[in-house]
Design a protein around this ligand. Structure first.
Ligand code: MG
Length: 166
């Protein structure tokens, strides 16, 4: 039921996402660094400070926080064995035909338009650095959503930086 008096908890949502990413070893600085590496090719004079500012802005957007929270919570519930079957097995085994993780990622990558989408596609194929590590970690932990969430946030930051430089 929609409660018109409900006030969206911006700070709590931001803290939730930052804390959950941090518990998996992902910091805003790492996100900035990945976005910087992607955009430096196109903008040789790019300042890291600009990318840090874009990262902060992206991480405060409700669309980003909402999609990130849903994905990160599904990973947690799957890791704790709390989803109902067959969803539990599908998420836990990161089934290639599931696609909801990529759907959530596209919701995030899309906020700054098509540049975010193309960057996400590149990151998803390339699976660099920390995203590769998350994708490969398999010891009873679900990282089905977090790798896409992080890749999508990096893509959104890249797109924001690209738009600001054009
Ligand atoms: Mg995934």
């Amino acid at each position: 039921m929609n409660n018109k008096d409900f006030k969206y908890p911006d700070t709590a949502a931001y803290n939730f996402v930052i804390k959950t990413l941090d518990s998996k070893g992902i910091t805003p600085e790492m996100i900035s660094s990945m976005a910087y590496d992607l955009q430096r090719v196109f903008f040789p004079n790019l300042q890291m400070e600009r990318v840090r500012k874009a990262t902060t802005d992206v991480l405060h957007k409700r669309e980003v926080l909402n999609n990130a929270m849903v994905g990160l919570e599904l990973d947690r519930l799957a890791t704790e064995g709390k989803l109902k079957e067959p969803l539990q097995s599908i998420v836990m085994n990161d089934s290639g035909v599931f696609g909801v993780d990529e759907g959530i990622a596209l919701n995030i990558a899309n906020i700054y338009g098509t540049i975010g989408i193309t960057n996400y596609g590149y990151i998803d194929r390339d699976k660099t650095g920390v995203i590769k590590k998350l994708d490969e970690e398999k010891d009873g932990v679900s990282n089905t959503f977090i790798d896409d969430v992080v890749g999508a946030i990096v893509s959104a930051v890249s797109a924001k930086v690209a738009h600001e430089n054009n």
